[in-house]
Design a protein around this ligand. Structure first.
Ligand SMILES: Cc1ncc(C[n+]2csc(CCOP(=O)(O)OP(=O)(O)O)c2C)c(N)n1
Ligand SMILES: [Mg+2]
Length: 284
């Protein structure tokens, strides 16, 4: 998991720099959300079909999508740089929560064909305010669709804080539709993996939908064009940086003797290679 997190971090940083140089049109950073994304992606495994939002770069890394394929759409070269069938990872969706309906429709279709495929959909906290999300939750509940909704609550919908978006939690709202839910802090990939594993097992054994809210942190701006320091409290931003899940996990595994300099050096070389590939493909 640390390897996936470090590779995602490297791709994310390089893509942000490329956007600053005008080589990409836009970039939406996943900085700070790597533990939520890698922990959940490892829990749902290789077989589940994933309907992502637009910020799930670390999930894409877990699914074996390379740096250039992941970034090509943001350079305007393609609508989707990877083969969704091969990676079982559908194209990014920028229309908020539309992918929730795609996922439920897909799961209902799969159910009719009697396959045991589990469908996973990633949404943000802001996206849960969309009508599509309510329709998707209700339809999934009444049709017993095998969909695991993973909501990354990163505290913000652009500049709107989560606590101003809703009076109840996302997890509570899912219960209102008759869907079992969980809510957990997702700054650590190990506990995130265990929490998501429980949610996945519930969906698979009960053949009904579930929703897990992963409370995470957006360290960067909403996009590369978002001056987020203008609306975030300096203390909140400083705490987010100090709580960086990639740095924390790396330190923890080093201290526990799980990884050593040799292992980290090999991963750093892979990160450098991915960054070089991005530069070769997109640098102006
Ligand atoms: C249907 C729709 N309405 C509005 C937007 C504009 N928009 C893009 S991202 C965003 C905020 C989304 O926040 P959240 O769901 O929490 O995801 P995050 O960006 O934090 O990962 C908004 C309002 C959009 N893309 N689609
Ligand atoms: Mg958000």
């Amino acid at each position: 998991m640390l390897r996936h997190m470090l590779i995602a971090r490297g791709i994310d940083e390089e893509a942000g720099l490329l956007e600053n140089h005008g080589a990409l049109d836009l970039w939406l950073s996943c900085r700070g959300q790597e533990a939520a994304q890698v922990g959940s992606a490892m829990a749902i495994g290789d077989e589940a079909v994933i309907f992502p939002s637009y910020r799930e770069h670390a999930v894409a890394v877990v699914r074996g999508i390379d740096a250039v394929s992941l970034t090509a759409q943001w350079a305007g070269r393609t609508f989707c740089g990877w083969n969704p069938r091969v990676h079982r990872f559908f194209p990014y969706t920028l229309v908020l929560a539309a992918q929730a309906l795609h996922a439920v429709g897909y799961a209902i279709g799969q159910g009719l064909q009697n396959t045991a495929e589990t469908v996973v959909v990633y949404v943000g906290d802001g996206a849960t305010s969309e009508g599509d999300m309510s329709e998707a939750l209700n339809l999934a509940a009444v049709e017993s669709a095998r969909v695991l909704f993973i909501c990354q609550n990163n505290g913000w919908a652009i500049s709107k804080p989560s606590h101003e978006q809703m009076l109840t939690s996302i997890a509570d709202r899912a219960n209102g539709f008759g869907i079992r839910s969980w809510s957990m802090s997702a700054d650590d990939p190990d506990s995130t993996l265990l929490g998501c594993l429980e949610a996945r097992r519930y969906v698979e054994t009960s053949a009904s939908p579930g929703l897990i809210e992963l409370r995470t942190t957006r360290i960067g701006g909403h996009t590369t064009t978002d001056p987020h320091a203008t609306y975030r409290e300096p203390g909140e931003l400083a705490a987010a940086i100090a709580n960086d899940p990639v740095v924390k996990y790396r330190e923890r595994l080093v201290a526990a003797g799980v990884v050593d300099d040799e292992w980290l050096g090999a991963v750093d070389a892979d990160v450098a290679k991915a960054r070089q590939e991005l530069l070769r493909a997109f640098a102006p």
